[in-house]
Write a protein that binds this ligand. Structure first.
Ligand code: ARG
Ligand code: MN
Ligand code: MN
Ligand code: MN
Length: 301
């Protein structure tokens, strides 16, 4: 079993500095050795310098901020992820902000056009260039992947590669009014924190997997935004929202997905080591690494 690690020190999809330091902190914490101890061969091509891709001029495209920069970085990430997935390796991408998933999901779908996407997040990240209030592209990647973002020439490389029936959310609790409308109109399945409370995480994961990969028939891409976890569990992130997943609920998702044997790619996003104090950063990086290990087969017994 080989895992290909893509470190993406990028923060251009949102305004807070420091989320670009996430991948370095996670690697420094020892994640590569931890994965080796679980029996994985680890390929890591080093942290890229995406700053070289920053265009000299990047004025807003409509409301979208840093559109050219985000587009260039995510196109490159898509190539890296595609490369690992087509070799049959698990592609593990460490962010960075969640706009990066525009690249990771495109990369997975280029190899497995029918793959399912499980998006674990407090937020739906499905704003269109029209509906976004913030203009931050980390709130928009799903609309681009679904092809409902309209034609934005700066993102002409992005192919609609996702259909509304192949995505499912877990953990939602801060969804913009425009996003609620998009979710409803497209019939997208979502298990918000309300459903996690109602059914329990075990049943929710079972229903989510069955939705995107009926009978485990399709490969699965897991995109995990660390802000899905409650801020008491993962404080160092740019858009924390109270009432989130417990430590165990987050881990259960990863453990159960590992057990399905369908995981082909995982993203760990929005760890921001410059927010909150050292103890909070340690806690957030620690929990991030432990989520990844569980998705890669670490068990309690
Ligand atoms: N919905 C808000 C927006 O569009 C917040 C998005 C937060 N996304 C994230 N990946 N943390 O700006
Ligand atoms: Mn989020
Ligand atoms: Mn909000
Ligand atoms: Mn997100």
């Amino acid at each position: 079993n080989t895992v290909g690690v893509v470190g993406v020190p990028f923060s251009g999809g949102q305004p807070r500095e420091g989320v670009d330091l996430g991948p370095m902190k996670i690697i420094e914490f020892g994640l590569l050795d931890q994965m080796k101890e679980l029996g994985w061969n680890v390929e890591f091509d080093g942290h890229r310098d995406y700053n070289a891709m920053r265009p000299a001029q990047d004025p807003p495209v409509g409301k979208l901020k840093n559109a050219r920069f985000v587009s260039a970085v995510t196109e490159s990430v898509a190539q890296s992820v595609k490369g690992y997935v087509e070799k049959g390796s698990l592609a593990l991408t460490l962010g960075g902000d969640h706009s990066i998933a525009l690249g990771t999901v495109s990369g997975t779908m280029a190899v497995h056009p029918n793959a399912g996407l499980i998006w674990v997040d407090a937020h739906a990240d499905i704003n269109t260039p029209e509906s976004t209030e913030s203009g931050n592209i980390h709130g928009c990647p799903i609309s681009f992947l679904l092809g409902i973002a309209g034609q934005i020439k700066e993102f002409s490389w992005v192919k609609p590669c996702l259909t509304p029936d192949r995505i499912v959310y877990i953990g939602l609790r801060d969804v913009d009014a425009g996003e609620k409308k998009i979710l409803r109109e497209n019939g997208i399945k979502a298990f918000s924190m309300h459903e996690v409370d109602k059914y329990g995480i075990g049943k929710v994961v079972e229903m989510a997997v069955e939705h995107v990969s009926p009978g485990l028939s399709r490969p699965v891409h897991l995109s995990f935004d660390v802000d899905a976890l409650d801020p008491t569990v993962a404080p160092s992130t740019g858009t924390p929202v109270r009432g989130g997943l417990t430590f165990r609920e987050g881990h259960y998702i990863c453990e159960a997905l590992h057990q399905t044997g369908t995981l082909v790619a995982m993203d760990l996003m929005e760890v921001n080591p410059s927010l909150e104090d050292d103890q909070a950063v340690y806690q957030t990086v620690n929990v991030g690494c432990s989520l990844v290990r569980c998705a890669m087969g670490e068990t309690l017994l």
